[in-house]
Write a protein that binds this ligand. Structure first.
Ligand code: MG
Length: 309
């Protein structure tokens, strides 16, 4: 972890990056896939024999969480958001690196709480923190906390957004909607286990997959446009959290459930967890339509959470 040049100008109560590093290093349990963890110039991982899956995700104060959010929750959210992309690809976790741009107003204790949350959540997901970097913002330009988490995973056969075929059935792994209003966005589910079971139980019948981070409308559209197909969802089949409507499910985002498509002949009844069938893949210009009880279709292709809005 690099030492920030301006580190010395702050009071003893402000973040002490070297001590954070020492705490993380001493707490490291030395996971089996990690040859050298935090504490050297770079981590050294044992080579993975399968294709390496890499994704990066940001978690920014004022955009992804509100000022004043408990720092433990911020650390957990940052890790889970990033890990959701491993689930979306049906990849097994290998490890993660995290960077933090922190305001100088943060106390050393607060910074430790944040890092410990990242480290603990990473270990809980079997995706150990193997390195990272910390910078302290200058006082005059200080904004909020800015975390970046890069996850590494492996998958013999990653499941892509582009594999949906005409006739496929469309599913989600859980209820949607209202994540911000309820506070659930701080603790999104990580469906890695479910994704790996979908792959192992259903094999090549699992055609396409994505995690729902920007709302069902936009993320389903990402599958539609990547695959060159149209997704028709049925209003009454979309599972919603209590107090949320199907419109909330389309727009709210940050649910991190999986959306996936299956060959129409697939028997999914043997899956060891519940899934919800919500529609069908059809031909036509790529779009996401929601069909009501009368068969009237509404185009929701552009509806979802817009970053920065
Ligand atoms: Mg994603």
């Amino acid at each position: 972890m690099a030492r920030n040049d301006r580190f010395d100008q702050f009071s003893p109560d402000t973040v002490r990056e070297d001590e954070i590093l020492r705490a993380i290093t001493s707490a490291s349990v030395g996971p089996s896939g990690v040859q050298v963890g935090p504490g050297d110039d770079a981590a050294v991982l044992h080579p993975v024999e399968l294709p390496l899956v890499v994704s990066v995700d940001q978690c920014i104060e004022g955009l992804h969480f509100l000022p004043g959010t408990p720092l433990r929750d911020v650390g957990v959210k940052a890790v889970r958001r990033a890990a959701g992309d491993l689930a979306a690809m049906a990849a097994s976790p290998v490890g993660l690196v995290a960077t933090a741009l922190l305001p100088s107003s943060l106390t050393h204790h607060e910074a430790l709480v944040l890092y410990e949350a990242i480290q603990c959540e990473a270990e809980r997901l079997d995706c150990p923190l193997v390195g990272g970097d910390t910078c302290i913002q200058q006082r005059e330009t200080a904004s909020g906390i800015h975390l970046t988490v890069t996850v590494l995973g492996s998958s013999a056969q990653p499941v892509l957004r582009s594999g949906a075929k005409v006739g496929d059935r469309i599913f989600v792994t859980g209820p949607l909607g209202g994540s911000f209003a309820s506070g659930r966005h701080l603790f999104p589910p990580v469906r890695i286990s479910e994704a790996l079971q979908l792959r192992s139980c259903l094999g090549d019948d699992l055609h396409a997959m994505i995690d729902i981070s920007d709302g069902l409308g936009k993320d389903a559209m990402a599958v539609a446009s990547s695959s060159g197909v149209r997704l028709v969802l049925h209003e009454g089949l979309i599972p919603c959290h209590a107090g949320s409507t199907w419109e909330d499910a389309i727009k709210d985002g940050e649910d991190h459930e999986l959306l996936f498509t299956l060959s129409p002949s697939t028997d999914w009844s043997t899956l060891p967890f519940q899934v919800f069938e919500i529609g069908k893949v059809t031909d036509g210009q790529p779009a996401v339509m929601v069909s009501d009880a009368e068969g009237l279709q509404i185009d929701v292709s552009r509806q979802g959470w817009t970053h920065g809005s």
